[in-house]
Design a protein around this ligand. Structure first.
Ligand SMILES: Cc1cc2nc3c(=O)[nH]c(=O)nc-3n(C[C@H](O)[C@H](O)[C@H](O)COP(=O)(O)OP(=O)(O)OC[C@H]3O[C@@H](n4cnc5c(N)ncnc54)[C@H](O)[C@@H]3O)c2cc1C
Length: 374
């Protein structure tokens, strides 16, 4: 339904109750929540038409990016081609980037517009990169396709890497760089505490492993990203390549929508994932914040919201009220530490070793297999 002005008219005609017109559901962003939801559905429900809008023809699976850095997985093994995925699930694929939206249509960065009856936003977050981290030389952790494209050519040649941000993603990437390049300097920079939301036993194991791997952990705030170095005040950290894993921030697209925002700037949703301001708009994954029942912004919770999103799509197609989500609060965290080893934690207990990595590898491969074959 690509059009300049006609798209909006067509959309209104649908809402007036023409029974022959399927309701048009547009999903903006091919995050894990949406992909799992479409797998759960199998096919588009009767009375609905689904369009998936995504800025890349592939979606990368973040859980396997550290393994790609390390050289365990080829690039093809960590990404899902969306054209065959959409064909299998009877979904229209549009490759493009949403720039702004109102309650009836999306406008893309290339000027096209896409009208909808219902919008589901699953566009994730962008890397938080204020001040010196906005330098063009810094590779942001998001989008993942950018990490693969920009880091790939330097993996074998750079003499020094600096990873800024010691959350789960930054820590895993630092371990992966060390495993790939035992000869290079790898520095992990954190301005506050490493993995603050994780149990003490887990943090202790990670700190011990960082030391064992000769990853230089520096506590401090980056004041400048200069050519070949990162400055922490007067201190110079050599860095041919600088990567920022500083956590998710709402992207420009979210800011250019009239949909209610939570205090963190992401889209404010209720228990049924519905926008607090626009009843025909839903959000899932990192882009959504339910202030009354928050969940960490992580792939685990995005994946878990997939089945609920599938039920929501079925309800929308059947003109029923969408169900309320009941997402688990805690999950198993498996963090790869390089060399086919991992540390896992659940309910405050931490386990480490090769078996933990094999479990992670099996879960990750099964996830991508499901998205590429189901
Ligand atoms: C290196 C790394 C490793 C990680 N490892 C783990 C892990 O092991 N476990 C874990 O739980 N979490 C992990 N995370 C976090 C996890 O990736 C995210 O929390 C999760 O992917 C969020 O999922 P989402 O559904 O919000 O969508 P995302 O995965 O963020 O996907 C959003 C999609 O929308 C597209 N998009 C964005 N904006 C637009 C737009 N304007 N128009 C069109 N398309 C758009 C993007 O290109 C992307 O394909 C990791 C993150 C990184 C960076």
């Amino acid at each position: 339904m690509w059009a300049a002005d006609g798209s909006v008219k067509q959309c209104k005609a649908m809402r007036t109750g023409n029974a022959r017109m399927p309701t048009h559901i547009v999903i903006a962003g091919a995050g894990p929540a949406a992909l799992v939801a479409l797998c759960e559905l199998g096919r588009t429900p009767a009375n609905a038409r689904i369009t998936l809008l995504t800025r890349s023809p592939h979606t990368h699976y973040s859980g396997m990016v550290p393994g790609w850095i390390e050289g365990i997985y080829p690039a093809d093994a960590i990404r899902v081609p969306l054209a065959p995925f959409c064909a299998r699930h009877e979904v229209d694929l549009v490759v493009g980037e949403a720039r702004e939206a109102d309650g009836e249509r999306l406008v893309l960065t290339d000027g096209r517009s896409l009208s909808f009856d219902t919008l589901i936003v699953n566009s994730g977050g962008e890397t938080r990169r204020a001040g010196p981290l906005a330098a063009p030389s810094v590779i942001p952790g998001r989008p993942l396709e950018g990490v693969v494209e920009r880091l790939g050519p330097h993996l074998q040649t750079a003499a020094s890497f600096a990873v800024i941000g010691a959350g789960a993603a930054g820590v895993e990437v630092a371990f992966a760089l060390r495993a790939r390049r035992p000869d290079a300097a790898v520095t992990l920079i954190e301005r506050a505490a490493i993995l603050p939301d994780f149990p003490a036993a887990f943090r202790a194991r990670i700190l011990a492993r960082l030391a064992a791997c000769a990853i230089d952990l520096r506590l401090g705030t980056v004041t400048e990203c200069a050519p070949g170095a990162v400055m922490l005040g007067a201190e110079r950290v050599p860095a041919d390549i600088v990567l920022a894993f500083t956590g998710p921030a709402p992207g420009a697209f979210v800011a250019h929508t009239p949909f209610a925002k939570a205090a963190d700037g992401f889209l404010a949703v209720g228990p049924d994932m519905r926008s607090l301001s626009h009843p025909n708009v839903f959000a899932a994954g990192d882009v959504a914040t339910n202030a009354d029942d928050p969940r960490p912004k992580s792939g685990v919770f995005s994946v878990r919201s997939g089945p609920h999103l599938a039920a929501t799509i079925e309800a929308i197609a059947a003109h029923r009220p969408p169900p309320a989500a009941r997402l688990q609060r805690h999950g198993l965290v498996l963090l790869s530490t390089g060399g086919r080893r991992a540390i896992g934690t659940r309910n405050g207990i931490a386990l480490e070793g090769r078996l933990v990595w094999r479990l992670k590898d099996r879960i990750d491969r099964a996830f991508v297999r499901r998205l590429t074959t189901d």
